[in-house]
Design a protein around this ligand. Sequence first.
Ligand SMILES: Nc1ncnc2c1ncn2[C@@H]1O[C@H](COP(=O)(O)OP(=O)(O)OP(=O)(O)O)[C@@H](O)[C@H]1O
Ligand SMILES: [Mg+2]
Length: 239
Amino acid sequence: MALLEVNQLRKDFGGLRAVSDLSFRLEAGQILGLIGPNGAGKTTAFNLMAGFIPATSGEVRLDGENVVGLRPHAIVRRGIARTFQIVKPFRKLTVLENVTLAAFLREPVRARAAAAARSILALLDLAGKADCDASDLTLGQQKRLEIARCLATRPKLLFLDEPMGGLNPTEVEAACELVQKLSDSGITVILVEHHMRAIMKISDRVVVLHHGVKIADDAPADVVRNPAVVKAYLGEGAA
Ligand SMILES: Nc1ncnc2c1ncn2[C@@H]1O[C@H](COP(=O)(O)OP(=O)(O)OP(=O)(O)O)[C@@H](O)[C@H]1O
Ligand SMILES: [Mg+2]
């Protein structure tokens, strides 16, 4: 059984079909790249799958069980975590407090939740920032804090919404290594990104959305050569 199976998922905003009968499957352990032009429906797809907005129709099956209709906290408990394209830490809390709050989902004892949070901060190279206010971090550090908060909920499936957006090339490289490391640790990942080199390097498979419609679902090397994808998104000379 696939870890994630999305069937005919649809979202209408008034007259706009932002996600149009999207279907795909994802096996445990894979990294799936989700790409497409601005407004293609990538973030909306994340919002639907994580329960942040109600679907118009369709199914999202995690381990065979439909989670459409569940609230975000219930979906997190089942093992789906997501970052936000625009980072959303609790700005007045410290970095450690932000991650500890998320860790409470699995670990009600405060000292243990804080210990789990500290080990996650170390993994994300944020140990030295534990006692800083979240608002004092650089953008790159705030993006890692978003991921740290997700990891604290011990996800099986992690949705990353443009974790490399606004980062410099060195930080992008480090983010690629981090995603690979998370994958190696057993977390299944869906990665939305506009950094094509990063996506193509680390994804096992790539799904392409255009006006809410899936126009390709293939290995990276095939996606970059797909004429419909080149026309809609990548432009000539991308391959
Ligand atoms: N809450 C909303 N109400 C109305 N329309 C919305 C809402 N959220 C998104 N949309 C519209 O749905 C479409 C898909 O938007 P979405 O944010 O999912 O795109 P995206 O692929 O994530 O784009 P980007 O790469 O710019 O982040 C866009 O036309 C957007 O304007
Ligand atoms: Mg988006």
